[in-house]
Design a protein around this ligand. Structure first.
Ligand SMILES: [Zn+2]
Length: 230
């Protein structure tokens, strides 16, 4: 695609839906400002648009997107300030009640992290530096799943990296305090685009479990087994 007309046409549809005659939502958002209840930290991946995936309206969700949906630890907050300053704004100014870290299947960032090839140019150096935030996730996977297929290790690392980000969120004193006070809740989500399901990290089990199942899959499996059994 060499031009951006698809996006311009898309804005026209958005304008018609939200800014045309039925513009009460945006009137309120302009007059009263934004009051999103959640901060979503998600990947830049073009298949993982948080507003689309959660069917949100404008104003519902404050979003930070970066490669592999990583949260730098507090000790590196000023070095990776784009993400940490957005977190600070969401927590301090907007007083969000939830922070959701949403990872996803088939993440190119995590695949790059697992491959661990030495950077050969400035672009790769930048990406490697950033992905280094999740280096411990890679180590955990290599220790727990040695010799497994790359896809298995990558999926495990996608989920382990979410846990690193959740741990890193708690390294910020102003986040930790609010979590302990009960005014802020942290969530780890995993968009399984292969199965069309949303998973959530359950601290009680230490695992990601299906939060929104894709019932079509189970119906297909059931009808398949009937066919096989017939
Ligand atoms: Zn990704």
């Amino acid at each position: 695609m060499r031009d951006v007309s698809k996006f311009v046409q898309g804005f026209k549809r958005f304008q018609h839906q939200y800014l045309g005659n039925r513009h009460t939502l945006f009137d309120r958002l302009v007059e009263e400002g934004q009051h999103p209840r959640a901060l979503m930290i998600s990947c830049c991946d073009s298949r993982c648009d948080p507003a689309l995936l959660t069917d949100c309206d404008p104003g519902d969700m404050f979003v930070v997107r970066n490669v592999a949906n990583l949260v730098p630890p507090h000790t590196q907050a000023t070095f990776f300030a784009a993400t940490s300053s957005a977190m600070a704004f969401a927590v301090r100014n907007l007083e969000v009640e939830h922070i959701i870290v949403m990872g996803h299947a088939r993440c190119g960032g995590i695949r790059t992290l697992m491959a661990n090839r030495p950077p050969e140019c400035d672009e790769e150096e930048l990406i490697a530096k950033w992905l280094g935030i999740a280096a411990d996730a890679r180590q955990r996977v290599l220790q727990e799943l040695p010799g497994k297929p790359a896809e298995t290790q990558e999926r495990a690392c996608e989920q382990a990296a979410i846990l690193i980000s959740l741990e890193n969120l708690l390294s910020y004193p102003w986040i930790r305090r609010r979590v302990h006070e009960g005014s802020l809740a942290l969530h780890g989500w995993y968009f399984d685009m292969e199965r069309g399901e949303l998973l959530q990290y359950q601290a009680a089990t230490g695992k990601f479990q299906v939060l929104v199942p894709n019932f079509n899959l189970y119906e297909e499996a059931a009808s398949g087994s009937r066919v096989m059994g017939a």
